[in-house]
Structure formats: C-alpha cells, structure tokens
Design a protein around this ligand. Structure first.
Ligand code: PMV
Length: 331
C-alpha cells in the first residue's frame, strides 16, 4: 500500500492518575468494561512522554521504554493498541513507540494509565486520526482500564457503561477547583508480583466483591459531593473506606493478593490520628504497597515530616492536580 499520511509521527504527554474511588474487576475483561464507576485526579508532577512513528520501512512494531528496548508482554499490549488504531485509520504500517516516564514503573503509581493514555493520543494522531476526548478515552481504556481517566484533566469520573462506546471518563472539576496534593510515599520501587490486569480477572472470586460493587454508587455520590463542596472530612471518610474495601477484596480473592507492607500499615494506622490533630490528610493505596496521602497543599510539608516519623520510604513524591493528555509535537 502507499503511505500517504501527512502526519506520521506524534509526541504526547499524559499524567498518571490516583483513584479516590477505585476500579477493581471487570464485567468484560477483553474490553476492560469495569464492574463499577471510579473517580480520580491526574498527577501533574508525573508524566509519560510518548512518541509514535509509523514508517513503511519498519518490519515490525518496536517499543522502547526509558531508552531500553522492550519486548514480551509490554510490546504485545502496545501492538494490540496499535492494531486498534490501524483498524480505525485503515493503515497497514508498523510503528516505533518510544516512551519515557519520570517515575517508577509497575509499582502501583499508574504507569500503565499514563503510558496508554499517551499512546492512544500519539498513535491515533500519528495515524492521521483526530479523535474527540470520548473516543480517545475509550481507546486508552482498551490498553489499561484506568488509562481512560488520564485523557481528561482535573477531577475525573469513569462512567462504567455497558459497551465499548459507552465506557469512558469525563472531567467534572478543573485542576484548580480544589488545591489538593498527593504525597506519594514510595516504600517499594520494584515491580509488583501480580499486576492489576491479572488482579481484575480474579476480583469476583472474592465473596466480598459483589457487595463492594453494589455499594459503589453510594460511594461515588459521596465522593462527588465531597469534591463539589470541598469537604475534606467527608472526602477522607469515603476514600479510606473505598481503598480498604478494594484491598479486602484483593486479600480474599483466589489466589489472595496482599499488597500491603509493614510501612503501608504503619501509615494507615497513623493518618486518622494526624487528622484529629487538625491536618487535612487521608490515605489511599492502589495495587502496590506505596501509600498515597491526599492532603490540602498547606499541610503537605507537615505530612511529609510525619511520614518520616513512622516509615522509611525510598522516596516521597509530591504532586498537585494535573491537566489532560496533550500533544506536544506532530509532523
Ligand atoms: O487500569 P489498571 O488495570 O492498571 O487498574 C487500576 C487498578 C487500581 O489502580 C488498583 C485502581 C484504580 O482505579 O486505579
């Protein structure tokens, strides 16, 4: 075939997101249609920067992550997304995907969310497509469910939907609506043993998952309201409950998944006490031991000091709320 695209290379940036109401378990594992809706915000300080180049001379898709060639499952997942884009654009050309992340991969800081959001935007653009945010969010979801939440900016809700076209994320408040930060306590920066992709497939083996999903609309409403009215007490109550419920499902699935480490537990035990001393801080943990301390920006420095009193992190990353995935270059 003739390769007549004007644009065949694009570079994009997308942020990871931290879920306040979690996604865990699918109604459809192939399409990543989630069992329940979820709410998150993007992390401004962290980003995946991805370049996609389609070139007739490439014999196969290639993936480079942080300057290292990647194969295996990572390349297969990237090629699967490129196949979706090629089908939409009616293209039959291989691509080189180069991605750089400024934070640790595979440790529960949503590297796949940032990576697949950046890839969906870069690949579709490089293929000459101009997808709207809804279609981009649906496409990103196919790579990694939570990636759909890294397409829009600010506070985001993933509407679970019932089909490929109806499951996508929308922004419901701008990044500057509420000056919150995520103090990410990195206790472990090695990749976790069981990734979330595998975890989703066993969520319903837990006898607690049905109850967790059934109660999700109530938690989503409480979280939306807390954000709308900037009610930190209400936010803390609902996000800690939601995180605990997801980890209860993980721990009681078959096989059981146990992501917490001693430092994670020490922090979860300490945080309610810090709140009763007047700090606006609440914890949430994704599929990893690292603890995300959601707090008012004015309290972030004090929270950081308190963290060091009860745990020995390998790193502490502080991030405000980020904007949408964006194109930085396309030729
Ligand atoms: O999108 P995935 O497959 O990486 O799943 C994300 C799962 C959690 O991070 C644990 C929760 C969430 O909603 O982000």
């Amino acid at each position: 075939m003739t390769f007549t695209l004007e644009i065949h290379s694009a570079t994009t940036i997308a942020h990871p997101n931290i879920a306040l109401i979690k996604y865990w378990g699918n109604r459809d594992d192939t399409l990543n249609l989630p069992a329940n809706g979820s709410i998150s915000f993007n992390l401004a300080a962290l980003e995946a920067r991805t370049n996609v180049t389609f070139n007739l001379d490439f014999p196969a898709d290639q993936l480079v992550i942080n300057q290292e060639p990647a194969g295996g499952l990572a390349l297969a997942r990237v090629s699967a997304m490129l196949d979706l884009v090629r089908a939409m654009a009616k293209l039959n050309v291989h691509a080189l995907v180069e991605s750089t992340l400024n934070f640790p991969i595979g440790t529960g800081i949503a590297s796949s969310a940032a990576g697949f959001a950046a890839l969906a935007l870069a690949a579709s653009r490089a293929a000459g497509l101009d997808l709207n945010d809804k279609k981009l969010s649906c496409l990103a979801r196919r790579g990694s469910g939570s990636a759909c939440r890294s397409i829009p900016g600010g506070f985001v809700e993933w509407l679970p939907g019932i089909s490929d076209e109806t499951s996508y994320a929308v922004s419901f408040a701008a990044p500057d609506h509420w000056d919150l930060v995520d103090v990410i306590v990195v206790l472990q920066n090695q990749p976790k043993k069981t990734g979330s992709r595998e975890g989703h497939t066993i969520a319903f083996t837990s006898p607690l998952q049905e109850a967790r999903v059934a109660d999700a609309p109530r938690r989503l409403q409480a979280c939306r309201d807390a954000i709308r009215w900037k009610d930190f007490g209400a936010l803390a109550e609902i996000i800690e409950l939601d995180s605990n419920m997801m980890h209860a499902v993980m721990m009681t699935s078959s096989p059981p998944l146990q992501y917490w480490e001693a430092g994670s537990i020490a922090l979860m035990q300490a945080v309610p006490g810090w709140r009763s001393e007047g700090l606006q801080v609440a914890y949430t943990l994704d599929a990893g031991p690292n603890v995300h301390l959601i707090c008012a920006r004015k309290d972030a420095e004090m929270v950081r000091e308190k963290v060091l009193e009860v745990s020995t992190p390998v790193d502490i990353i502080v991030s405000g709320i980020g904007g949408p995935a964006r194109i930085v270059r396309s030729v």
